[in-house]
Write a protein that binds this ligand. Sequence first.
Ligand code: GRF
Length: 189
Amino acid sequence: MLSVVVLISGGGSNLLALLKAAENPLYPVKIVAVGSDKDATGLEHAELFEVDTFVVEPERFTDRDQWGQTLLSNVLHHQPDLVVLAGFMKILPESFVSAFPGKLINTHPSLLPEFKGAHAVRDALQAGATRTGVTIHYVDAGVDTGEVIVQQEIAIVAGESEEQLHERIKGIERALLVKTVEQIALGKI
Ligand code: GRF
């Protein structure tokens, strides 16, 4: 059984997909805790599934490294085999990243290296792209620069809004994340 800590910042639909998958005894993953950098609405999913939560807000610290150390202590407390960033919108300090070599993954709504950063869906539309997608990748000290694990492409429909496109992306993203975490648990990745 792979022990997983998930970090979120928003609505947590990817988290919810993982929590639902982990309800199946045949899914080899246990979500042991969910953390956030704010009082994210997605934390409610963890509470409903009786999974521990923690919030470590950067605003409460004088510097980013101190915040990162406290976030790290909270994550390590749960002794995870894997840490999943599922819509976690803060950049982690190097000291946090280096604590999880090969054990820290992120899901991102574009085909990296295209459209890095917090506005990947908007940027794809503004660039006039005809296709985009999802990337699940290892996290390194850069922003959306770590080694790609898996990608899935989606065609952009002419005239669709950022919100519509992001919802369609999230549809494939949730399934890909659930499958990828399973593959990691089974040692296939
Ligand atoms: C996902 O598309 C993720 O890739 C991006 O933010 C979104 C989070 O969605 N960084 P949710 O909170 O899991 O619903």
